[in-house]
Design a protein around this ligand. Structure first.
Ligand code: ZN
Ligand code: ZN
Length: 277
């Protein structure tokens, strides 16, 4: 169930053809993937420290998100590559991207602190970093998180044997403890969640909210755009959160979940209109 950078590159063209409204977003993302592919060759191997096994009963993941062993130097370099490439495009925020590139090149500790604040999910600190370079915090956070994905891919391969994704069944990732950003039903009808940070996929009960654990069918539901069967928003009336889901029983060539997230922005809007967030 792993999703590698080269797998993603292979399906971007097909996806852009199927969903022309997302062509620009996919094209930008392809540029990021190409930079990641080049830079990740140099990434340091992570040391397989003497970690306790994840604990299924208590839900303790293999790593605490804040203490993930990330090669920040390589991730900063990738982030600088993103800034350089994107700042040369006609984007409205190109000045902010150029400011960020300069910061990364002149103050290496700035990049490390930025990446760490994304791991810490410290929204105030992220807003402060964004203010310093005149970028939107959400965009900066997305790019910083994406810059760490080659490191996450390495972590996933290095520690695949230490987690048991088929039997985890918690609403957070067995590897890093983060929340899911997407879900899917496989052709056999099993549900998997996809980690928003490290990309691990793990099995989760078919009925139930991954965010608050609510399993009362009366308090759960889903929305599905008429013109697009198989792409749904599953929501929870208890915590008012939602998870975008693709149903592989209804979609012939389902995209990797990380790309599905990019081409389902309209599902986020549907959820938002229905007051889920
Ligand atoms: Zn994870
Ligand atoms: Zn819930």
């Amino acid at each position: 169930m792993r999703e590698h950078i080269h797998d993603q590159l292979a399906v971007i063209d097909r996806l852009a053809e199927q969903k022309p409204q997302y062509q620009a977003a996919l094209e930008s993302y392809r540029q990021l993937l190409e930079i990641m592919q080049e830079a990740s060759e140099e990434a340091r191997d992570v040391t397989s420290a003497n970690l306790p096994q994840p604990d299924k009963q208590s839900g303790r993941p293999l790593f605490e998100r804040q203490a993930l062993p990330i090669d920040f130097k390589t991730a900063s370099k990738i982030l600088a590559g993103f800034m350089e490439r994107l700042s040369q495009s006609g984007r409205e925020d190109r000045q902010g991207l150029a400011n960020t590139l300069e910061k990364l090149q002149t103050e290496p500790d700035w990049g490390t602190a930025l990446l760490q604040c994304v791991l810490d999910e410290d929204a105030d600190a992220l807003a402060d970093f964004a203010r310093q370079v005149n970028l939107d915090p959400e965009g900066l956070g997305f790019l910083a998180r994406t810059a760490m994905s080659p490191a996450m891919e390495r972590l996933r391969s290095a520690f695949a044997g230490r987690i048991d994704p088929e039997n985890w069944n918690h609403g957070h990732c067995p590897l890093c403890g983060s929340r899911p950003d997407m879900a899917c039903f496989t052709s056999s009808g099993k549900r998997y969640l996809h980690c928003e940070l490290c990309g691990t996929q793990w099995a989760f009960q078919r009925i139930g909210c991954p965010f608050c654990g609510n399993a009362d069918q009366e308090r759960l539901g889903y929305l599905e755009p008429e013109e697009e069967t198989g792409f749904r928003v599953y929501f929870c009336k208890n915590c008012l959160k939602y998870i975008k889901t693709i149903d592989k029983r209804e979609i012939e060539e389902a995209p990797p979940l990380v790309l599905a997230d990019i081409v389902t922005l309209h599902l986020d809007l549907i959820a938002l209109e229905a007051s889920y967030g």
